[in-house]
Design a protein around this ligand. Structure first.
Ligand code: NAG
Ligand code: NAG
Length: 452
């Protein structure tokens, strides 16, 4: 047994890599988008999506043996991260059968919550078969339709941008042989540690199974994140999260990762500067039968306005509005003592909101809107559905901190019961939940939509 391993290891040093498995062909579902210069003047791009590597079957390169099962690594194949990446391959995905990912019509993506053993999913938009589609959002608007009518409390249908490498880290890390085609190179502003391969090595060191089928390792993977849409039927927020680093970067300890007590010392702004209408005092704006009625689909528009109105200017503000049944619905205005009544995000808004809510303005410390703006120049689009093993999505749709007085400004974020998002509860109660994202467009300000 030991000899076999030793052989595998020495062989591995010749072909280092987070290898490609070939047992299931990888066929990226089609998700075309449009790029617009003026209303009605849009060009279609034949983009597709790929499933994140974390969800994929990871097995020994020479066969069907799992390298990772449930929440544990196979210690024979994975005595350390480098060897593991050499011994293990990530394989193609059966999008519909295994993950419940379908394209019900052209330009639409449906993500189901639970499909047999699989819970949630995360996909990235691809320009071609090997590369993610990079977005420069400055002085642009990003528009899409969402249907959250089957997405209850405790779930999050999230659409956001992360500053990932265009090739998923293939050229930067010799251990990564799979690349963007297989959904590698994920990062976000939480510096997640539940990612199985980071920088071309398995994150197997100090790996601890959390519950069910996830775990966390020693390393995290950090980068700037712009949350366009974190939502369910009852709550929504959009949130910039800048970082000190301007590309996907591994964090190696609690301080760099901003974990636990080190939340405000890490590379990234984990809190972000969120705009959540309910939290900001307008409880009648978003939800079933509310101003933006979540029982039916609607369009959301997010505009990235620069100081000088050019594509290279500093980011000044991030605006939002909705279009539903042909009517343009402005974003809700803040109703919080100490916060000017505004309906967009700017440095002033963030400062006032953080002060009013007693929050640490780490957003400003990291560089605020200007830092976020620089990082919006080369972003990868992420589309996902997930439930929250750490804090049950309470930060989005319920009271958070959970033990704080909900009448204190900033604590109440939505109508949901704080227990609704406990993973076992929501997975048992709503396995058939889903979200549909469609008609994705990028373009000049005011070019991607028309009101009736
Ligand atoms: C672990 O991997 C080794 C080598 O690839 C294999 O022989 C063994 O059966 C695997 N163990 C499990 C529990 O899958
Ligand atoms: C976009 O449209 C809005 C609403 O009609 C208007 O207030 C704004 O000035 C327009 N922006 C640009 C850059 O045309």
């Amino acid at each position: 047994m030991y000899k076999q391993v030793a052989t595998a290891v020495s062989f591995a040093s010749l072909v280092l890599g987070q290898q490609i498995g070939t047992l299931t062909p990888e066929t990226h579902p089609s998700l075309p988008i449009e790029v617009c210069t003026a209303p009605g003047a849009c060009t279609k791009e034949d983009t597709t999506v790929t499933l994140d590597a974390n969800w994929r079957w990871t097995h020994a390169t020479d066969g069907y043996t799992n390298c990772y099962t449930g929440n544990a690594w196979n210690e024979t194949a994975c005595p350390d991260g480098k060897t593991c990446a050499a011994n293990c391959a990530i394989d193609g995905a059966e999008y519909e059968a295994t993950y419940g990912i379908t394209t019900p019509e052209e330009g639409a993506l449906r993500l189901n919550f639970v499909t047999a053993e699989n819970v949630g999913s995360r996909v990235y938009l691809m320009a071609d078969d090997e590369k993610y589609r990079l977005f420069n959002l400055l002085n642009k608007e990003f528009t899409m339709d969402v249907d959250v009518s089957n997405l209850p409390c405790g779930l999050n249908g999230a659409v956001y941008f992360s500053e990932m490498d265009e090739d998923g880290g293939l050229s930067r890390f010799e251990g990564n042989k799979a690349g963007a085609k297989y959904g590698t190179g994920y990062c976000d502003s939480q510096c997640p540690r539940d990612i199985k391969f980071i920088n071309g090595e398995a994150n197997s060191e100090e790996w601890g199974g959390e519950d069910g089928n996830s775990g966390t390792g020693k390393y995290g993977t950090c980068c700037a994140e712009m949350d366009i849409w974190e939502a369910n039927m009852d709550a929504t927020a959009y949130t910039p999260h800048p970082c000190k680093v301007s590309e996907q970067t591994q964090c190696v300890d609690d301080i760099e990762c901003g974990a636990g007590d080190h939340r405000y010392e890490g590379m990234c702004d984990r809190d972000g500067c969120d705009f959540n209408a309910f939290r900001l005092g307008n409880k009648e704006y978003y939800g079933p039968e509310k101003t933006v009625d979540t029982t039916k689909p609607f369009t959301l528009v997010t505009q990235f306005v620069t100081e000088d109105g050019t594509d290279t200017g500093a980011l000044k503000s991030i605006h939002r509005f909705y279009v539903q049944d042909g009517v343009v619905i402005p974003n809700s205005e803040t109703v919080v003592e100490g916060v000017d009544p505004v309906n967009y995000i700017s440095d002033d808004f963030c400062e006032q909101q953080k002060t009013a809510f007693g929050d640490n303005n780490h957003f400003a410390t990291i560089g605020g809107m200007a830092a976020m703006g620089k990082q919006l120049e080369k972003m990868v689009l992420v589309l996902s559905i997930w439930d929250d093993h750490a804090v049950y999505m309470n930060w989005l749709d319920s009271n958070y901190p959970t033990d704080a007085d909900p009448t204190k400004p900033g604590v109440a974020r939505g109508r949901c019961d704080p227990e609704a998002g406990v993973p076992e509860t929501v997975e048992a109660a709503h396995p058939d939940a889903y979200v549909i994202y469609s008609n994705i467009k990028l373009g000049a300000i005011n070019s991607t939509f028309t009101a009736a």
